[in-house]
Design a protein around this ligand. Structure first.
Ligand SMILES: O=C(O)CCC(=O)C(=O)O
Ligand SMILES: [Fe+2]
Length: 819
């Protein structure tokens, strides 16, 4: 604690002495007159009374990240008294996330010293008892750079230019008792070690007495600080720990002096005298052009001669001069630097010196070293040049070279030349060529860069164009998708519509096909007909009516109160006919008159295809029989309705169409007779016959011709079938003589009843069993109710219009047809 206090005070007082050799050319940040920066001062606990007067304690806490309470700040020492003992700064928290394994992974330990391994990075060579380390860039060592960055935070103004990383693979590895007394370490240097990984023990002993002064635990993140000067007083060691299985890495920072030539020979001196700073800066000026090459050439010629001279003076001379880091403020920075070296080949019989030059424009060097310093404090990039005249071992080949780097790739240009022992190398010519080549190379590079820039802009243009095109296409695809989905939607609804219609048509078709089938069946009967057992012979015999023969089916197809209907084959017509045999015997004369009237009516309507055709008739009074040969129909409407579900029940479009179809035909048939001033008076399903699928009127038994509606006759008795009878036809019976007027609209009412039956399966008052009640219901002023189960409003309207009780308000057939 005391030591650090003292250190802080001493450093801040700025009383230290600059120990650097004047030949070191160290012109970095002021090491000696170190004054804490404002930010450092603000971090100190106690107020600073004078600039540079720092009275803080050993450990200075701050809450600023990345420090924790246990972190500390340290001002580098400046006093360097002999008795300054090592101290430890604890930085466990700062390094808590730091992986020592990752650090080991990224490092190549170049020296295996048996009990440990090391690797060195620094701008200057570092020689110690473990070996000699050549200068080496930190390059892209991410984790090591991180340690450097952390150290910059822990000791902000600490000046160092080397990093020695030591790996102790386990507790068996150690470093024996020693002092870091190497000459190459600056006397002003602090020796700072960051301990990472396993905890190990550092023991400090007094060099003279061997007495243990301190035993320090070096945990992960511990930073030990020693001074170079104290190395003559103390020794230190990392002792074995057999229990420890984990690795430990120590990262030791030092300030290394520029290398001292082994022998300060005349040649070296000459070189050193000759190569002045001005020349170096000339060589390394931002323009490595004419002047540099010329100068390099001059120098080589000069030192070639000098070395030959030196060889004559002292054959054992081996001189090496090196000028590094003319402006080295921090290690591993791309710095303005140049080196010039020449070595005389002592063993060679040849006195000649051949040379090679490497010209390394720093602008072509790989990416800058890892960020150890804040960007702002880095010196600007510039060229560096190294001139290396080397002895030629044989007389074979010399290799003047140009190296340059671009994007980390080294490009070598080699020029071979032959020198024999007696011929000094034609360095001038070599360098002229090299210069030319370098210029060419630079020109090519420039061109390549231009092309690249060009390509880059073309690429960018293309990229932008493609992006636009892509956007357009995406938009188009989107639109097309939308359209196609719309199309799909509309086409699917259309398809559904068509499907529905097709289904309806199919139903209709089936119905018609059925009808056709029936008709075909009828037609086929024709061929079957001549079979004897199927027609009448005997009592009715093969019947002759009005002189024509008919083959009559034995079984009657219909029976009435006074008539029987047979099916027969008319050979002359080659078609089926219906033969209606009416028994006149049992009829009164009035009935006979009716029969005659019917015959007349039918005869007058012969040409109408909505009226059943009367082909022939014959009164045989002797037999009291009227035989009528009529057009044959497959089935009357009554039978048809019996075997067909009503509209409400089937509730299908097909039934609807069929009802409409039949209704139209009934209307036409009735319109036809009305146009002959005939009122049918007994319209009911039984009186409509289906002939080849078409409805025709039959049975005019009670029909009569009328002049017009107003002269319509008064009837005495209710006639017609009660379920289809119009109210006006009944009302007369029940004393409402005025209303008992017969008219065309009575047929309309009956038609309405047939339509009602087709819709609901029953006639309006069919459910009323008692006849009298039925009559009352029919004549009642209350309109026939239309059940709501009928969903076809047009039919419902038609029913309402045709079933109006008041006949004057009832529709005529013409009106109904016009709907
Ligand atoms: O590993 C350590 O902590 C000490 C290393 C050391 O003393 C040295 O490299 O000189
Ligand atoms: Fe050491």
């Amino acid at each position: 604690m005391d030591n650090l206090n003292r250190t802080l005070l001493n450093k801040s007082q700025g009383t230290g002495t600059q120990m650097a050799d004047s030949t070191t050319q160290t012109v970095g940040p002021n090491v000696v007159n170190l004054t804490p920066t404002d930010s450092t001062i603000s971090l100190l606990n106690e107020p600073v009374t004078q600039p540079g007067d720092c009275k803080s304690s050993e450990v200075i806490s701050t809450t600023n990240p990345p420090f924790s309470d246990t972190s500390s700040l340290y001002c580098p020492s400046i006093n360097h008294s002999l008795t300054e003992e090592p101290i430890i700064l604890s930085n466990e928290l700062l390094f808590s996330q730091f992986s020592v394994e990752a650090l080991i992974e990224e490092l190549d330990f170049t020296h295996d010293i048996g009990n440990r391994k090391v690797v060195y990075f620094g701008t200057r060579p570092y020689a110690y008892n473990g070996g000699v380390h050549e200068p080496k860039d930190l390059e892209a060592h991410t984790y090591l750079a991180k340690v450097c960055n952390y150290l910059d935070i822990i000791i902000p103004n600490y000046d160092y230019n080397s990093v020695l990383v030591t790996l102790y693979a386990n507790g068996n590895q150690f470093i024996p008792k020693h002092s870091d007394l190497e000459d190459c370490i600056e006397e002003t240097s602090d020796i700072v070690t960051v301990s990472l990984g396993a905890t190990r023990t550092l023991i400090i002993t007094d060099s003279t007495s061997g007495q243990v002064i301190k035993e320090l635990e070096l945990k992960h993140g511990a930073v030990s600080v020693m001074t170079k000067t104290s190395q003559s007083v103390y020794k230190h060691e990392i002792i074995r720990d057999r229990e420890c299985k984990r690795p430990r890495v120590s990262v030791t920072f030092r300030l290394i002096k520029p290398p001292i030539p082994p022998k300060q020979s005349g040649v070296y001196r000459k070189i050193m005298d000759d190569v002045k700073m001005s020349e170096i800066s000339e060589v390394s000026s931002s323009k490595l052009g004419e002047c540099s090459y010329t100068r390099i050439q001059e120098l080589l010629q000069k030192y070639g001669t000098e070395s030959r001279k030196a060889k004559a003076e002292d054959s054992s001379i081996s001189a090496k001069a090196s000028l590094h880091s003319i402006k080295e403020s921090r290690p591993f920075e791309p710095v303005l630097s140049a080196s010039l070296s020449t070595s005389l080949h002592s063993c060679s019989t040849s006195s000649s010196t051949t040379g090679s030059i490497s010209v390394l424009p720093a602008s072509f060097t790989p990416a800058p070293a890892p960020s150890i310093l804040p960007i702002s404090s880095r010196p600007p990039l510039s060229y560096s040049a190294r001139i290396t005249p080397r002895p030629r071992r044989t007389n074979s080949v010399s290799s003047p070279k140009i190296k340059y780097y671009e994007k980390g790739v080294q490009v070598n240009i080699m020029q071979k030349g032959v020198n024999d022992e007696n011929t000094p190398p034609d360095t001038h010519a070599a360098y002229t060529t090299l210069k030319k080549q370098a210029q060419e190379m630079e020109a090519r590079l420039k061109k390549a860069n231009e092309i690249l820039a060009n390509e880059n802009s073309t690429y960018k243009e293309t990229e932008a164009r493609l992006k636009k095109e892509n956007e357009y296409l995406v938009e188009q695809v989107k639109k097309m998708q939308e359209q196609s989905s719309l199309k799909h939607f509309s086409s699917s609804s259309l398809v559904n519509d068509i499907k529905r219609k097709a289904q309806e048509l199919e139903k209709e078709n089936r119905y018609l096909a059925n009808q056709v089938k029936k008709m075909q069946e009828e037609a086929s009967i024709k061929s079957v007909f001549p079979a004897k057992e199927n027609y009448i012979s005997g009592s009715m015999g093969p019947v002759t009516i009005a002189g024509k023969n008919y083959d009559v089916w034995k079984k009657p197809v219909g029976k009435g109160a006074s008539c029987v209907v047979y099916k027969a084959y008319d050979k002359a017509r080659d078609s089926m006919v219906a033969i209606k045999v009416v028994s006149l015997q049992r009829l009164n004369p009035k009935s006979n008159d009716e029969m005659r009237r019917e015959i007349e009516l039918l005869n007058s309507l012969k040409d109408e295809d909505c009226i059943i055709n009367l082909y022939d008739h014959e009164f045989k009074m002797e037999h009291c029989r009227l035989s009528m040969v009529l057009e044959y129909g497959e089935m009357d409407l009554h039978s048809y309705l019996q075997q067909t579900p009503c509209l409400v029940k089937s509730n299908s479009k097909q039934s609807y169409y069929e009802v409409c179809f039949l209704w139209q035909q009934m209307l036409r048939a009735v319109q036809c007779i009305h146009s002959y001033s005939i009122v049918h008076k007994d319209l009911k399903p039984q009186n409509f016959m289906k002939v080849k699928g078409k409805l025709k009127l039959i049975d005019f038994g009670i029909s009569q011709m009328i002049q017009d509606e107003v002269t319509s006759m008064i009837i005495q008795q209710p006639e017609g079938t009660p379920n289809y009878i119009a109210p006006e036809m009944l009302s007369g019976t029940f004393g409402e003589a005025d209303a008992n007027v017969l008219g065309y609209r009575s047929d309309v009412y009956s038609l309405g009843c047939i339509l009602y039956k087709m819709c609901f399966g029953v006639t309006p008052y069919q459910h009323v069993e008692k006849m009298q009640m039925k009559y009352f219901a029919i004549i009642s002023k209350e309109e026939v109710p239309i059940p709501e189960s009928l969903r076809y409003s047009d039919i419902a309207d038609t029913l309402v219009m045709s079933l109006r009780k008041d006949r004057t308000k009832r529709a005529t057939v013409a009106q109904l047809l016009a709907l």
